[in-house]
Design a protein around this ligand. Structure first.
Ligand code: NAI
Length: 719
């Protein structure tokens, strides 16, 4: 055992013991190897005592029961042999299983987060009491990491809460709140946090009097008693739901379903064995490693301040109480709503009075959006309305700590806006632009305080896309960056910090991929095959359909900017301007590469497209799936190595965060650079060989060659 103890034993009453989890110096309680050993030692001693009526397990941290297993320990053991994995599961199952066999009643008293391994520990107890606190949640999120509960969760949960509930919780990975837990018998009762311990003692007395816990122990160790027909029905419906969500890319939910169905007709001990054996297929798999990587990427991002640690130490972010948003079009609305929703007062303005009034309404509705209502909640609307002000006079900018400009993409217009606003802004305020294509340094040339100016680039739709690119102009100060990063996090976003350059990061990597799709089309590849190759790789939609979503006019404009910046590798295809001219603007006009003139506005093939494209495309040619995949993703990867070479991005891990949260790059691949590392730089060079004749866009960069020669990876070897 190392360091300070996590578990403390005390007595609630002479015959009722309390084990309190409280990991020293951490905000969360996690189940590390040493904590499991502590628990084991305590149980060894407690089980010997004849004087106990009950044991309560609680936490010393308000709002936090147990957040799960120690994932850093997990990562360290990813490479272990399969037989070892089953043993690791058996260890947890046996240890937690003792909670269902102790010579006294066991009760988990849960206030706050109880997930993963914590939920498994709790479900092995005879009873669970949940607090009605806002933070209380109970869940098995393991599938989000490519795993399923392996310390007995899949064996025990179906027996305690019913197979249907267990399948939903374990294969979906979403937590339930206390009231839902109560309704499925997961919680015996829900009480205020400060009454948890007294309620637990009362419950123990009650159980001892009725002996109900003993009957439940027997029942929950047996087979489930569900007919084959019922099992078949549940299996078929659950598997259809899972397939619909995972598209076959994430094996864990299906493996969880399978093990729960198969183990339904066995006793709990056999169910545990099956669970442990099945886990060996998931633990350490590529998907598991990739999803763990995504977890660590986001975790690292939470801690990063946006500048080198040596500078960060002396910098405190400026608190943003009031944010200004100028331009209430598509983006300005989303940006204003994101601020408002997180308690930031917002001042908005637009050149068009009509756009301003309509925009304000849309901002409030979006900020008050309630997922359950599928619309704005009226109470929330009333709460938020006073925090949104329409700018009546420029003096109102004086109240702002940050102003984000989201007006039309035109340098002169933006410059005029900055000039007007800057005259009113307080000395400490930050001025930022949401531009997609105009260089930040160029815009900064005419502002009074270029050190307090930066790019604050959101993605569309703002509500769904978590990424924000914070772009440094040449003169942007560290202080400005630290404040912008802190503010982006405050409003629920994932910021990555970049140096200025065409397309910043995400669009710079998107366009080589998008324009390659058009090159393939011109060479005679079928649209269906191009889009399918991208989706089979894991992208949420194919590049051709994405053109329609972005809008052909917007894509033409942005594509031209990229083609001007990187003429050796991005060619502006003649297809796009021809489409714009023909009014084929994509989804927004009902017709682009696909036809959207149907009830659900879905992309359907357009019978007229072939004739329209005839002058631009060669005769149809069959491409192998692998060729399509490499043609689409190698230009993206090579561009990423150039962005690193050019010092646009400082760490390969930011590229992965950017692509996953800004583009929907498949999390099960762990990110573009993580994927490239799995392949290795030298094999990548081999894969590029047959493509090199296509031109510079397919030729290895200096960085990739050096990495291959030195056998290096993009990620640091231990992260
Ligand atoms: P939009 O056309 O929907 O909205 C622009 C708004 O700015 C309009 O309401 C217009 O009336 C207003 N406006 C024009 N001139 C103005 C002025 N001088 N003062 C005040 N308001 C003025 O445009 P959208 O799509 O919201 O784009 C805004 C900015 O965000 C652009 O810089 C664009 O490049 C950038 N952006 C757009 C994304 C997108 O997907 N639409 C994604 C990321 C960035």
């Amino acid at each position: 055992m190392s360091g300070a103890q996590t578990l403390t034993l005390s007595m609630l009453e002479p015959d009722v013991a309390l084990l309190t989890f409280d990991t020293p110096d951490k905000s969360a309680n996690v189940l590390s190897e040493s904590v499991l050993t502590e628990l084991e030692t305590h149980l060894d001693a407690l089980e010997q005592r004849a004087d106990l009526a009950g044991l309560v397990i609680g936490s010393g941290k308000p709002g936090m029961f147990i957040a799960g297993a120690d994932l850093r320990e997990f990562v360290a053991s990813l490479q272990v042999e399969k037989s070892k994995i089953a043993q690791m599961c058996r260890r947890g199952q046996t240890l937690f299983g003792r909670l269902s066999k102790c010579p006294f009643v066991t009760v988990a008293a849960i206030d706050g987060i109880c997930v993963g391994g914590g939920a498994e520990l709790a479900i092995w107890c005879d009873r669970r009491l949940l607090s009605n606190g806002a933070k209380t949640e109970f869940g098995f999120p393991e599938v989000k990491l490519g795993l399923y509960p392996g310390w007995g969760g899949t064996a025990r949960a179906p027996r305690v809460i019913g197979l249907g509930n267990a399948v939903e919780m374990i294969t979906g990975g979403e937590s339930v709140d206390a009231a839902t837990a109560r309704s499925m018998n997961l919680a015996t009762d829900v009480v205020p946090a400060d009454q948890l311990l007294s309620a637990a003692v009362a419950l123990i007395r009650d159980e001892q009097a009725t002996g109900q816990f003993q009957r439940d122990r027997r029942r929950w160790s047996e087979p489930l008693g569900i007919s084959e027909t019922e099992l078949g029905f549940l299996g078929a419906t659950a598997s259809a739901v899972i397939r619909g969500k995972t598209k076959g890319h994430y094996p864990a939910p299906e493996a969880a379903l399978e093990v729960m169905l198969e183990a339904a007709s066995t006793d709990v001990e056999t169910a545990c064995q099956m669970e442990a054996e099945g886990m060996a297929q998931l633990f350490g798999s590529d998907v598991n490693a990739a999803l763990l990587n995504v977890f660590f990427l986001t975790d690292r991002n939470k801690k990063e301040k946006g500048v080198a640690p040596s500078s960060a130490a002396n910098l405190e972010p400026t608190a943003i109480q009031t944010a200004g948003v100028i331009g209430t079009g598509i983006m300005g609305r989303g940006i204003a709503a994101a601020n408002l929703r997180r308690g930031v007062s917002v001042v908005v303005d637009d050149a068009s009075q009509e756009a301003l009034v309509r925009g304000a309404q849309a901002i409030l509705e979006e900020a008050a959006y309630d997922r359950e209502l599928k619309g704005p909640g009226s109470r929330r609307l009333a709460e938020l309305a006073p925090n949104l002000r329409l700018c009546g006079a420029d003096q109102q900018w004086a109240a702002c700590d940050l102003v984000i400009e989201a007006v039309v993409e035109n340098l002169d217009v933006k410059r005029q806006v900055f000039q007007r606003i800057e005259a009113e802004l307080p000395e400490t305020a930050i001025l930022a632009s949401n531009t997609s294509t105009i260089p930040i340094t160029k815009m900064a040339e005419t502002v009074k305080h270029p050190e307090r100016f930066c790019g604050f680039h959101f993605f569309n739709p703002v509500r769904r896309m978590k990424l924000v690119e914070i772009v440094r102009g040449e003169k942007t100060s560290d202080e400005t960056v630290v404040s912008a990063v802190a503010h982006a996090k405050r409003i629920g976003k994932l910021p990555i910090v970049l140096n200025d350059g065409p397309g910043f990061l995400v669009n710079r990597l998107l366009f080589p991929y998008m324009s390659e799709a058009l090159a393939l089309l011109a060479e005679g590849a079928r649209i269906k095959d191009i889009d399918r190759a991208a989706k089979a790789f894991g992208m949420p939609m194919g590049p051709i359909e994405l053109y329609d979503l972005v809008g052909i006019d917007t894509a033409t404009f942005a594509g031209q900017v990229m083609a001007d910046a990187f003429p050796d590798r991005i060619a502006a295809s003649p297809i796009l301007p021809a489409m714009v001219e023909a009014g084929r603007l994509g989804k927004k006009s009902g017709l682009g590469f696909f036809n959207y003139d149907n009830k659900r506005q879905r992309a359907e093939p357009d019978p007229g497209l072939e004739a329209f494209l005839a002058e631009f495309v060669a005769a149809e040619r069959k491409f192998a799936r692998d060729e399509l995949t490499d043609r689409l993703f190698m230009p993206m990867l090579l561009e990423a190595t150039r962005a690193l070479e050019d010092n646009i991005v400082f760490d390969a891990r930011d590229i992965d965060l950017g692509l996953i949260f800004g583009l929907g790059f498949p999390p099960f691949k762990g990110g573009l650079m993580f994927w490239a590392d799995r392949i290795g730089a030298a094999p990548l060079l081999e894969r590029l060989k047959p493509l090199e004749r296509i031109g510079p866009r397919m030729q290895p960069t200096e960085l990739l060659r050096e990495m291959a020669a030195a056998n290096k990876t993009f990620y640091p070897s231990s992260h």
